[in-house]
Design a protein around this ligand. Structure first.
Ligand SMILES: [Zn+2]
Length: 75
């Protein structure tokens, strides 16, 4: 599974928050799906549309992450 990375610092771990202010550590795969790093964690109740980078102050939606490779050249 390829993971998407932070556009600023290229860290591939993020956290999401729920209404109670709790955090959950997640990765985002190349289908822009948010996946809990620890598979026992449930993402129910968490806002998966807003990611917070673990490595820097970046935050944003899964769609604004960059894929692991450099820009693909269209053939
Ligand atoms: Zn970052």
């Amino acid at each position: 599974m390829r993971k998407l990375k932070c556009p600023q610092c290229e860290v591939d771990r993020f956290f999401v928050k729920n209404e109670s202010g709790e955090n959950c550590l997640v990765n985002v795969n190349e289908d822009y799906e948010v996946v809990a790093v620890h598979s026992i964690d449930s993402l129910e109740g968490f806002d998966l549309s807003m990611l917070y980078c673990l490595g820097c102050s970046w935050k944003g939606s899964p769609r604004s992450l960059k894929s692991g490779s450099h820009k693909r050249v269209k053939k």
